[in-house]
Design a binder for this molecule. Structure first.
Ligand SMILES: Nc1ncnc2c1ncn2[C@@H]1O[C@H](COP(=O)(O)OP(=O)(O)OP(=O)(O)O)[C@@H](O)[C@H]1O
Length: 280
């Protein structure tokens, strides 16, 4: 087990003994996550893997401020999370685009909402559309784009707000395998080069795909079967820059995969043996 303390400076995200109990419609208590201890450093890319339904998304909603913990603490930049933090960006499996707005207007929406003057918002949006390879698509509507292109819009929409923290919940899982690998590479490039010489965003990336987790992350967090807590944290000592299609063929990658799978596979088996979910 790797001790989870950052080397110095204020950690970007801290979960300290955090837990979440939901009330089900029948009034019963359902523990989704428990005793979560995790620190994400500034500029660190952390991937979270765990069996289906274990509580990965719930962990993200606690960090996002969309839900409050019922136990323990969640801190961003050393302060308790109190509602949705302006420095946090999200990318989910479902695209959060406005279907009635053009691509450009979608990417401008965040800065406009934050009070950026129209001309500057347009300029920033155009710049991000260029960076994600969609400069020629600014006037299209979301339904006129492919799944991968819509995902690029979602990335531009998020990065245009210059988030210090990026929360991603299976952002590429609806894409085909090749597009997915391409998008992972693009994400790494955007993440590495986004903040003009400043430390990159701190990322928490939830995925079902262990290969994706290893290819992207500095550390991979394995969660237990639900109610989830941190089972083990694995540092990924693979050099950057990485290209996901080539890095996963490296001998070291395969060794890391085996090591993490021995921890994750056990939790997946427990979840399967219980059936789809767990009894709270
Ligand atoms: N609002 C809610 N009310 C009641 N129970 C909830 C609520 N949200 C989530 N849960 C339950 O909490 C548990 C964890 O759900 P969560 O979505 O966090 O898991 P997950 O690991 O992200 O799942 P998956 O891998 O399938 O996406 C599940 O049993 C789920 O049914």
């Amino acid at each position: 087990m790797i001790k989870d303390t950052p080397p110095g400076g204020t950690p970007a995200i801290e979960l300290r003994g955090a837990g979440k109990v939901f009330r089900t419609p029948s009034g019963a208590a359902h523990t989704a996550v428990r005793d979560l201890d995790l620190t994400v450093r500034q500029g660190e890319f952390v991937a979270v893997v765990g069996p289906t339904g274990c509580g990965k998304s719930t962990t993200l909603t606690l960090v996002s401020g969309l839900e409050e913990p019922t136990e323990g603490e969640v801190l961003i930049g050393g302060r308790p999370v109190d509602g949705i933090h302006p420095g946090v960006g999200f990318v989910f499996q479902q695209d959060a685009v406005f279907p009635w707005r053009t691509v450009l207007s979608n990417v401008m929406a965040g800065p406009r909402f934050r009070g950026v003057p129209k001309a500057e918002a347009r300029q920033r949006a155009r710049d991000w559309l260029r960076r994600v390879g969609l400069a020629a698509f600014a006037d299209r509507y979301p339904h006129q784009l492919s799944g991968g292109q819509r995902k690029r819009v979602a990335l531009a929409q998020t990065f245009v707000n210059d988030p210090a923290i990026l929360l991603m919940d299976e952002p590429f899982s609806a894409l085909d395998v090749q597009t997915r690998a391409l998008m992972s590479d693009e994400l790494l490039e955007l993440w590495g080069g986004a903040r003009d010489g400043r430390s990159p965003a701190s990322v928490v990336f939830v995925t079902h795909d262990l290969e994706e987790a290893i290819a992207l992350a500095d550390r991979v967090v394995v969660m237990t079967a639900g109610p989830a807590t941190v089972k083990e944290v694995f540092p990924i000592a693979l050099p950057r820059p990485r290209r996901v299609e080539s890095v996963r063929l490296e001998a070291r990658f395969i060794e890391i995969y085996r090591e993490i799978w021995s921890a994750l596979g056990e939790e997946v088996r427990i979840t399967r043996e219980r059936g789809a979910g767990h009894v709270a």
